[in-house]
Design a binder for this molecule. Structure first.
Ligand SMILES: O=C(O)CCC(=O)C(=O)O
Ligand SMILES: [Fe+2]
Length: 363
């Protein structure tokens, strides 16, 4: 019998609503829509993005991702990312931990560097399997270019709303510079069990994203958010041709905490969808490697000559974007897991108490 793929997202599971931002209106400079984006970015840090115009490239990426994931494991393992914080290539299931007990994650990643996609046929970070390398001109590079354009536009609006001088936000994300910007395809295997039990098992552990903005494409459920002021993880319902955008830690830090980098995780898709393998795909915009992660708002105000001499704005040193990534990735690797403390070493701006609180409550 022909397999028609997973059934639709069920109507009867609780979900968390997201604001819908119309990219066409943002592009047109609509000030009401820019206000909506600011509201979404500061209150939840997640929103749907419609009319982004990347539907074709997204479809092609899903096809490429599936073709790659279906390669034999030993072929994929030749491109494994390793335990030193490199994050391009292939990550096999179980090589990341999903919680402080060291539970193994259940996700496979294909991670393709923006730098390799833009420099093709030159390799900047690494080489990829022939199936992926062949798809740079037709699929990967077009998707990366469109994704960059969208995230740059959204970042410009958010930078302006923050009160940054023109060009300051852009200068943190220079696409010609080496960065951790990455296109990722994720696969998780079919899950069996009681929905209530499955809903408590993270296949990709609770986290905040490392970079500035994530441009995510979901077709099945499985993504959950822990909304501020709530104690319950809720699914985000995928909507056709709507991207899910979310803020990462770098933007949270740049904004002095004003723009929210919200915790999320991936569990089994709800109900009957759980019996199917799950694919998702994202482009992560991150500051280029040499950018020091610190609040930018004071700097912009200084530029504008508006700051008072004795501003007591808290400034915390987080190192560079490149160092931030390596630290977080290294400590997430199963091989580098030495207990709760090493797991905590991978954390970003998450409120760690919230993660443990929820995990304990779920036992
Ligand atoms: O697969 C998803 O829906 C989310 C993936 C995710 O959060 C990530 O890779 O950072
Ligand atoms: Fe994420």
């Amino acid at each position: 019998m022909a397999d028609h793929g997973p059934p639709p997202f069920p109507d009867d599971v609780p979900t968390h609503p997201l604001l819908v931002i119309d990219y066409a209106r943002i592009r047109a400079g609509d000030s009401g829509e820019k206000d909506n984006l600011w509201k979404a970015a500061t209150e939840l840090g997640f929103w749907y993005l419609k009319n982004h115009g990347v539907e074709h490239e997204v479809n092609e990426m899903f096809k490429l991702g599936k073709a790659f994931m279906e390669l034999p494991l030993d072929q994929k393992m030749q491109y494994e990312e390793g335990d030193d914080g490199m994050q391009f290539g292939y990550k096999a299931a179980g090589l990341h931990t999903a919680d402080e007990q060291g539970t193994l994650d259940a996700t496979e990643f294909l991670d393709v560097a923006k730098d390799d996609a833009l420099a093709f046929p030159k390799a900047i970070h690494r080489s990829y399997p022939p199936l992926v390398a062949d798809a740079f001109p037709t699929t990967l590079t077009p998707f990366v270019k469109r994704s960059i354009e969208i995230n740059e536009t959204l970042l410009r609006v958010l930078g302006k709303k923050l009160g940054l001088e023109d060009g300051v936000m852009e200068s943190m994300h220079i696409k010609e510079e080496r960065s951790g910007c990455v296109t990722r395809v994720i696969r998780t295997p079919p899950q069996q069990g009681e929905p209530q039990v499955l809903e408590e098992q993270a296949l990709l552990g609770a986290h905040t994203d490392f970079g500035s903005l994530s441009f995510l494409h979901n077709r099945q459920g499985g993504l959950q958010v822990l909304a501020p002021g709530t104690e319950r993880w809720l699914y985000v319902k995928p909507l056709p041709d709507h991207a899910i955008c979310n803020v990462g830690d770098a933007l949270n830090i740049f904004s002095g905490g004003l723009i929210r980098s919200n915790m999320h995780r991936v569990v089994a898709p709800p109900k009957a969808q759980a019996a199917y393998e799950r694919y998702s795909m994202a482009f992560f915009t991150r500051p280029h490697d040499s950018v020091v992660l610190r609040p930018l708002t004071k700097e912009s105000v200084v530029v504008a000559n508006k700051v008072k001499e004795n501003s007591n704005y808290a400034e915390e040193e987080r190192g560079t974007a490149g160092e931030w990534l390596v630290r977080r990735l290294k400590n997430l690797r199963t091989k580098n897991y030495h207990g709760v403390d090493s797991y905590r070493q991978h954390l970003g701006t998450e409120d760690y108490g919230r993660i443990t609180g929820v995990a304990v409550a779920a036992v």
